[in-house]
Every structure is written in structure tokens, then in C-alpha cells.
Design a protein around this ligand. Structure first.
Ligand SMILES: Nc1nc2c(ncn2[C@@H]2O[C@H](COP(=O)(O)OP(=O)(O)OP(=O)(O)O)[C@@H](O)[C@H]2O)c(=O)[nH]1
Ligand SMILES: [Mg+2]
Length: 369
């Protein structure tokens, strides 16, 4: 005889697929891994210089797995943009990530989410903003004077003799950087800043390995150091970044020199980015570095509010429903629990999506025959 207990089917609600987008190394994979690890305990984030290739999938579930969604942190590098937009055509909602320690890159995250809004096949699809690296931002505020001084020292050293770095290809090759002229290029400055941060805040480094080595500041990973260096180098070089320059810079996570890449080579892919920025070495003073870090890189609460308003104001054009923002350290237990409730509300809101005809992968843009 079949009992009532045996016939009872446990209802499972699948809220669908949520794209997690935002500029490279903003913390998409780390954030989603931490969310998934609350129920899948063997899920663990691993540091990596390379970043996400294409995409990943993580199930994030609630209420003993009776309610869940699939979160897709898509590689933030510019080279994945077509793929990102393809995935949008079958998504129910989105999360946009911005990194509190590099607000110069927020425009790039914004551009990504605007592009995706064109393909998510719903009106009112829920959108949440996650601002990551709260801990790093607070720490860097304290460390800024020391960082500025260290960068000036490294520039002096690279001008007088040379500094070392490792290029990471099939082999790890040691190389030297000597500043020969009175000008410094973006590529050189980016490497100088990485070297400064590595010398000050790491020991026992193993070239090419993002996981090994000891951190003196727990908040500053080797990847964080690189993204911060890139944002600082470009901010020091002066005027606001154009989206084309952002796209060019966003094509790699390690530095250009570490990848044996060059601005000129990448410029072929992003011709509108213009020539490589350069600046007179003498102009780089510790007080300029400090000002640029405080004003152009480290986010304040007011920046987060402004970004949230901007996203809200865009909704009449993009047809998303912005559920607000959360400012977190993705490795903090309390923060990740609060962010998990935020994401649960976002998953619940997919129930109010209004289907709408937009470009879909099932409708080829050009007829096949
Ligand atoms: N201190 C701190 N570091 C963070 C936080 N979130 C992410 N990170 C670090 O940021 C770096 C990049 O994180 P990822 O999750 O790989 O970034 P991503 O957005 O997936 O990058 P792509 O896959 O290249 O697009 C790693 O070194 C993380 O440890 C945070 O809240 N605090
Ligand atoms: Mg990733």
C-alpha cells in the first residue's frame, strides 16, 4: 500500500538563470562561489591569474533546496562580450558587480549590463548591484601614503638601474624593466606599481602562481594588486578613460608586460582606444598618487548611491527592475549571508518578469538560406 508520505512530491521551484556580469577581477566568481558554498560545502574559491574563461555555473539554493537559481558569473574580460550577450537571451535576471577599490572601471561594468539588457527576454527583469571589496577599500584608504611613497621609490630604482618581473607564457621568463627616457608609458607604470605592491605587501612569491606566497595584508590578493595597479596607472595618466581604452585594458588580468602583450598590439583589436598614454616621470609625485587614489579609485558611500541612482534612472530605457545595491566583503560570513537574502529576493522577483520579444538565439539575425 502506498502511504500519503510516499506519494507526497517535494515541490522544487527553479527561479531560472541569473547572469553575473561586471568588469574583470571585480569578484564575480568569488561572490557566487561563496553563495553556493553556503549549501554545497565543498565549493571553494581558488585564486587564479587567468580569470574565468567563458563562464561558470553555480546552483544557489534556499529552504533545503526547495527554491534555487543558477548563477552564471561570466568572464569579465572584454573578449567574452559576444558570449555574454548570447547567454543573456536565456536569462531571467542579472547581477552587476563593481569593485569598490577601482571605481575607474565602473563604467565598464555599466556598459556590460546595458548591453545585456537588450537581450534578456523580459520586461521588469530583476537586477541587483553588488559592490565588492569593502574590506580592501577600507584597508587601502589607510595604506595610501605608504603605497604612494613606495611607487616613487620603485620609479627611481627603475630609472637608475632596473626592476625585475616575470612574463607568464608557456614558460615563466624573468625579465628586466629599465626606464630609459624622461617619459613613462602606461605599460611600464602598470608594472612599476605591481612591483611596488608586491615588494611591500607580499613575501615568498612564486612567479606565475596567484595562490602561493604570503600576504601581509589579507585583503590584498595578487590579482587585486594587478587590477588596482592598472586602474591607478591609467588614472595617473590623466584624463578620463574612454570606453575604448577600458575595453583594451580589460582584455587581460595580469599586466601587459607579464603577458608579453603591448598596447600597440591590442590597439589593433580596439582601434578607437588611441595611442598608449605616457607621462613625464617628474610629474609623478607621492602627493599626486595619493590624490588620484582617494579621488579616482577608492569608492565612497556617495559613489555607490550615485551608481545605484544611475542604474535606477536607466530603467525606462533598459526595462530592468533595479532592486538596489549591497556593499560587501565577499569573504565575510555576515556580509555573504546578507547578500544571500538579497539574491533570494532577486530570484523571487523573477516571478514578476513580463515576457517580451527581444533578440533570441532561436531567431537568427540573418536567414540561414
Ligand atoms: N579583499 C577582497 N578581495 C576580493 C573580494 N571579492 C573578490 N576579491 C578578489 O578579487 C580577485 C578577483 O576575483 P574573481 O572572483 O576571480 O573576479 P571575477 O570578477 O570573476 O574576474 P573575471 O573572471 O576575470 O571576470 C581575487 O583575487 C579575489 O580574491 C572582496 O570582497 N574582498
Ligand atoms: Mg570570474
Amino acid at each position: 500500500m502506498v502511504t500519503a508520505m510516499e506519494t507526497e512530491v517535494k515541490e522544487q521551484i527553479n527561479a531560472g538563470r541569473i547572469l553575473v556580469v561586471g568588469t574583470q577581477a571585480g569578484g564575480k566568481t568569488a561572490f557566487v562561489t561563496q553563495l553556493a558554498a553556503r549549501t554545497e560545502h565543498d565549493t571553494k574559491y581558488r585564486e587564479d591569474f587567468g580569470g574565468t574563461i567563458e563562464t561558470e555555473y553555480f546552483k544557489v539554493s534556499y529552504r533545503q533546496d526547495s527554491f534555487f537559481g543558477l548563477l552564471l558569473p561570466i568572464g569579465g574580460q572584454e573578449k567574452w562580450h559576444t558570449l555574454r550577450e548570447r547567454f543573456g537571451a536565456t536569462a531571467e535576471g542579472a547581477i552587476v558587480i563593481v569593485d569598490a577599490s577601482t571605481k575607474g572601471f565602473w563604467e565598464n561594468s555599466l556598459e556590460q549590463i546595458i548591453n545585456i539588457s537588450k537581450v534578456i527576454p523580459y520586461k521588469n527583469f530583476p537586477l541587483g548591484i553588488i559592490v565588492t571589496k569593502r574590506d580592501l577599500n577600507e584597508r587601502l584608504k589607510e595604506e595610501t601614503p605608504k603605497i604612494a611613497e613606495k611607487i616613487c621609490e620603485t620609479i627611481a630604482k627603475a630609472s637608475e638601474c632596473s626592476i625585475d618581473y616575470y612574463s607568464r607564457g608557456f614558460h615563466i621568463i624573468p625579465r628586466h624593466l629599465k626606464l630609459s627616457s624622461y617619459k613613462i608609458s602606461f605599460t611600464q607604470l602598470e608594472q612599476v606599481i605591481v612591483n611596488s605592491l608586491e615588494q611591500e605587501y607580499f613575501s615568498e612569491l612564486v612567479p606565475g602562481n596567484a595562490r602561493l606566497g604570503k600576504r601581509k595584508l589579507p585583503e590584498l590578493s595578487l590579482v587585486n594588486a594587478r587590477i588596482f595597479a592598472r586602474a591607478l596607472a591609467i588614472a595617473l595618466m590623466g584624463s578620463d578613460l574612454s570606453l575604448d581604452q577600458l575595453a583594451l585594458l580589460n582584455d587581460m588580468r595580469p599586466t601587459m608586460l607579464e603577458l608579453d602583450a603591448s598596447w600597440n598590439r591590442l590597439q589593433k583589436l580596439y582601434p578607437k582606444a588611441g595611442d598608449e598614454p605616457q607621462m613625464v616621470i617628474e610629474k609623478i609625485t607621492s602627493s599626486l598618487i595619493e590624490t588620484v587614489i582617494y579621488e579616482r579609485l577608492l569608492a565612497q558611500e556617495a559613489d555607490i548611491l550615485q551608481f545605484t541612482h544611475k542604474i535606477n534612472d536607466l530603467s525606462s530605457k533598459t526595462e530592468w527592475l533595479c532592486l538596489g545595491s549591497k556593499y560587501i566583503n565577499v569573504f565575510d560570513f555576515k556580509d555573504i549571508n546578507e547578500a544571500a537574502s538579497f539574491v533570494e529576493n532577486l530570484l523571487l522577483a523573477t516571478g514578476d518578469n513580463i515576457p517580451e520579444e527581444k533578440y533570441s538565439i532561436l531567431d537568427p539575425i540573418t536567414p540561414l538560406f
